[in-house]
Design a protein around this ligand. Structure first.
Ligand code: CS2
Length: 502
């Protein structure tokens, strides 16, 4: 039987007929919300995290001015999913023992820059918009190996030209990158309302606020005639850091079946996530801000210790389980962490290599946090695949793992567990390049923006030196350590998929 599609009308009808205990609707009437925040990168993570928080905060405070305009980056797919559903979508929360579904209505519009550039820029510029937030993934920031904006890349260069056009009111120029879109939106805001604005990065980067501020400054420095805009950004635009946490896998057929059974409606925009939610935000806003603290977020003056603990404990062990797990043929993170060898490896990584590099944020017991993270990974109902976490390793490893390596080397220690984690990535690169890695019956190919470079580096005997010499990935002090290279080489010797599968 084909179910009716979720929309404002079908939802109202469904709610009128009575809902099971596990299902609830929007916390506020979506029709009452007006847009006060633009979100760049409206993927599954945003819909399961910041959008839920926005809605709960609106419900708690009665403030109706914080509805969201979501912007997709790559394709119009999310716009096509949410448009016919009046912006409504379900969030399926898959706890170890209980499942629930809530329909969220905080997203009041979805735009695709290829189609709706003017709408996005006008909304960023509108004085009623106070916040722009981003989840565009590590690679979305378009940084060169030196960490600065990659102005030599053709899409970044095209966006700088488009920002130059914006100064001259050239409304037809397209934008290709999230940073380009943001910069162009800032140019328009400066020349129209000039109202203060807060830009919140929600990506897994160290000091994400400062990184984003730096990229915007570098972009404007490359746009002739934008000095006034740069001065306005420096004085009227804030870039607080934030640490976000919720495990949100790609929505699967099983999630869809479960949601449809609960809701009785078909939802093209469904997302799924674990029950855990955390958002630590630097309290540094240029103008009004949403009261996210009423919806589970924490405001603080120093996000750095939370961010560092999360990246170095959660994300580093996640990636380690992804590569080593995939090499052992495990399809999910839950299966990988249930393997005693792999659990021992990630515990050693945290205890021996990561913890010595961290200062616990106030009120956080780091060993307890480690245990909680591994417990979350073990939830078999999350369904997060090793291959999803394994993608984009060249962008993720420097942030989550190689800072630990650099700090341990600087302290005079060779981080052996981290070397084993890195060797897992190199073995994964090798096995995906030769085509010998098969997970869940499927041959795995490498999903990484630097795939060609990485494939080249792992081809031939003894790839360790060539991979560690990639300045796009490994910082100088790590690449220069012969002790670390030797440790990775030694670990790599035992790591082939064939040998690893039990
Ligand atoms: C994961 C993260 O895909 C990945 O690389 O490590 O997306 C992780 O699930 C989130 O950061 C959890 O908050």
């Amino acid at each position: 039987m084909t179910l009716p599609r979720l929309s404002a009308a079908t939802w109202a009808d469904r709610a009128a007929r009575g809902l099971p205990d596990e299902v609830r609707g929007p916390a506020v009437d979506p029709a009452t919300l007006t847009i006060g925040q633009v979100h760049l990168g409206i993927g599954a993570f945003h819909r399961a995290h910041q959008a839920v928080c926005a809605e709960d905060a609106a419900a708690a405070t009665g403030e109706t001015g914080w509805g969201l305009l979501g912007v997709t980056q790559r394709s119009a797919r999310v716009a096509d999913q949410l448009g016919p559903q009046d912006g409504l979508y379900g969030v399926l929360t898959t706890g170890a023992d209980a499942t629930s579904l809530r329909v969220v209505g905080a997203v009041r519009g979805v735009a695709f820059p290829g189609r709706d550039t003017a709408l996005v820029l006008d909304t960023v510029a509108a004085p009623t918009t106070h916040v722009v937030s981003l989840t565009v993934t590590e690679k979305g920031y378009r940084r060169a190996p030196d960490g600065r904006l990659d102005t030599a890349a053709h899409d970044v260069a095209a966006d700088l030209a488009s920002a130059t056009g914006e100064l001259r009111h050239d409304d037809d120029a397209a934008t290709l990158t999230p940073i380009g879109l943001l910069v162009r939106g800032l140019v328009r805001r400066h020349r129209t309302s000039g109202a203060p604005l807060t830009v919140v990065s929600c990506d897994n980067l160290t000091d994400n606020g400062a990184v984003l501020a730096g990229l915007v400054t570098q972009a404007l420095a490359a746009v002739p005639g934008s000095d006034d805009v740069a001065a306005w950004v420096a004085s009227c635009v804030r870039f607080p850091s934030s640490m976000v946490d919720r495990i949100v896998p790609a929505t699967s057929g099983a999630h869809r079946a479960e949601a449809e059974a609960l809701l009785g409606l078909h939802d093209e925009a469904l997302v799924a996530g674990e029950p855990y939610f955390q958002w630590v935000v630097e309290d540094d806003f240029a103008g009004p801000r949403p009261a996210w603290e009423h919806a589970g977020a924490t405001f603080t003056h120093d996000v750095a210790p939370f961010e560092r603990a999360k990246l170095r404990i959660l994300n580093a062990t996640h990636s380690t389980l992804a590569y080593h797990g995939a090499l052992r043929g495990y399809a999910t993170i839950a299966e990988a962490v249930a393997d005693p060898d792999l659990e021992a490896l990630v515990r050693a990584l945290v205890d021996e290599d990561v913890l010595p590099t961290l200062v616990a944020p106030d009120g956080l017991d780091l060993p307890a946090y480690r245990d909680e993270v591994l417990h979350r990974f073990a939830n078999p109902r999350t369904g997060h695949t090793t291959l999803q976490v394994a993608m984009d390793g060249s962008q993720k490893l420097p942030v989550r793992l190689l800072g630990t390596v650099a700090d341990r080397l600087a302290a005079g220690s060779v981080p052996h567990a981290a070397a084993r984690a890195v060797a897992g990535w190199v073995a994964y690169l090798r096995a995906t390049t030769t085509g010998e890695l098969v997970v869940a019956g499927r041959r795995v190919t490498l999903d990484d923006p630097l795939a060609a470079l990485l494939a080249d580096a792992v081809t031939g005997p003894d790839p360790t030196d060539r991979v560690l010499a990639l300045r796009e990935v490994f910082p100088e002090q790590v690449a220069a350590s012969s002790a670390f290279r030797d440790a990775v080489r030694a670990e790599l010797r035992d790591l082939t998929p064939a040998a690893a599968v039990r």
